[in-house]
Design a protein around this ligand. Structure first.
Ligand code: SF4
Length: 478
């Protein structure tokens, strides 16, 4: 296969062992790949170049994207916080249902989808846009180790929180390097069944559980989620095993998320997880003593809200990827009875963005409309300032019962490209409108469930009654 542009640059990799005859071994993930000169590891983003282990994806990313912290299955750390999501290329697993397979499986990555960042640029974007959390996410941050640790260290020195959303198939040595710079770990445990792990993810479960315990013991904020795949991992037994692991090996206060699956990649011949199975998994886990259990990718349920364990006060309401604090004090306690709500808060949260009733009159704007439909309840909006002067673009929600929700402003530097999520946040919400002045462009990308990075524009349409996103994976013929 011809080398793509993003693969040309090799950056010295950590956790390398030199063997004989210029062979190297990579100790970043439990695969411990032995790599000969000119070859690459299972993840396809770490290679042996003339006897040296190099990272091919250092600073090679999908577009940096502003989202909310709920996107990452993090419900107990500054609810509603805006985050800057950074995803890259490659993965140490190959799950049959991966919804980010266009970026996680390096052979499918196209140069057009790859953006180049330096650590300084990532931190600068977060600071300029008033974002207090950087999230290392999407495909999987494990295989981006050097860039993550260097950038997270810089971000931390500037007062920014780092969030790590991962399948966490990672070596203990790599975890030790993350602990000093990462504040929040959101771990996706694919199932508690070792056979399922081998067959569906191509990894194995033991290192995942060990790494999760390692960061919990180190005092980091940990939340755990599991994708309940229809008829494969959505059983009561799996829920019980998950609850037992969280309750006994971590702590009952660790938030646990049961996440709804959608058909994707090699698993399109099935249906979305029935919601009653997710609700059942939640009830079973609460009965076993877990204190905070939630559903993911499910709308119009109370099972995404947070209530006080002591007095029953509603503390946080959530709809999709949005959250509103209604009963939590600034130090994370119930505002009714004072009980510890297990909610961590940032010391000085940025104020909510002000909105405008009308667009500024001195400009003319192109408007792009997107209506929620089927299972599409969020969209990535990419805006670009192609001019040589600072510009402002705007977006607003359209609600059936409240048409004028106000315009939110985004300031763009000359030539800046910026991407952000707009997600349905009320059940009477119809869609979103984006307004760009002359010299700016916008494009819309449909998001299928949380932590999905779409590579296809909305104009390309959808497949399979909106439950399977484009692009469709085509099995290779032999
Ligand atoms: S990160 Fe894992 S899969 Fe990639 S080369 Fe290293 S050991 Fe192999």
């Amino acid at each position: 296969m011809a080398k793509k542009k993003w693969q040309e640059h090799g950056y010295p990799a950590q956790l390398a062992e030199q063997l004989e005859d210029k062979v190297v071994r990579c100790h970043l993930s439990p695969r411990n790949c032995k790599i000969r000169p000119g070859q690459h590891g299972f993840c396809m983003v770490r290679a042996n170049r003339d006897g040296e282990l190099v990272s091919l994806n250092y600073g090679r990313s999908v577009h940096a994207t502003e989202e909310t912290i709920e996107t990452e299955a993090v419900f107990h750390y500054e609810p509603g916080a805006r985050i800057l999501s950074m995803g890259n290329i490659g993965c140490m697993l190959n799950c049959d249902y991966c919804h980010n397979w266009k970026t996680s499986q390096a052979r499918f990555v196209e140069d057009k989808d790859v953006f180049h960042y330096t650590p300084e640029e990532v931190v600068d974007i977060a600071e300029r846009h008033g974002i207090q959390v950087i999230s290392w996410t999407y495909n999987d941050p494990v295989v981006w180790h050097e860039f993550v640790t260097e950038t997270a260290r810089l971000a931390k020195s500037r007062g920014i929180i780092n969030l790590y959303k991962s399948a966490f198939f990672i070596s203990p040595e790599a975890v030790e390097e993350l602990i000093p710079v990462i504040d929040i770990f959101s771990v996706s445990i694919k199932s508690m069944d070792p056979k399922y792990y081998r067959k569906i993810t191509k990894g194995w479960i033991e290192p995942v559980l060990e790494a999760t315990e390692q960061v919990y013991r180190a005092g980091r904020h940990v939340e755990v989620s599991t994708l309940m795949v229809t008829d494969l991992s959505d059983s009561e037994q799996n829920a019980r095993d998950m609850a037992r692991f969280v309750g006994e090996c971590l702590g009952p206060e660790v938030p646990t998320h049961f996440v709804r699956f959608h058909p994707d990649y090699k698993m399109t011949d099935t249906i979305r997880t029935p919601v009653e199975r997710l609700e059942h998994a939640r009830r079973v886990s609460l009965d076993m003593g877990l204190e905070h259990v939630y559903l993911g990718n499910v709308y119009d349920t109370e099972s995404t809200n947070t209530w006080c364990r002591g007095c029953g006060l509603l503390q946080i309401t959530r709809y999709g990827l949005n959250a509103q604090l209604v009963g939590v004090t600034p130090d994370g306690r119930c505002s009714g009875c004072g009980l510890d709500a297990h909610i961590k808060r940032v010391p000085n949260p940025v104020a909510a963005q002000a909105t405008l009733d009308e667009l500024p009159a001195h400009e003319t704007y192109d408007l792009a409309h997107f209506d929620w439909h089927g299972d599409i309840r969020a969209v990535h909006v990419q805006v670009e300032n192609t001019s040589d002067r600072p510009q402002e673009v705007f977006h607003r929600r359209v609600r059936r019962d409240n048409p004028n929700t106000g315009w939110t402003r985004i300031a763009l530097e000359p030539q800046e490209s910026y991407r952000f999520i707009s997600a349905e946040s009320f059940n009477d919400e119809i869609g979103v409108v984006v307004a760009v002045p002359n010299g700016c462009t916008s494009s819309l990308h449909q998001v299928f469930d949380r932590a999905h990075f779409p590579t296809t524009e909305a104009a390309a349409g959808t497949q399979n009654a909106d439950i399977t996103p484009l692009p469709l994976y085509v099995r290779p013929t032999r």
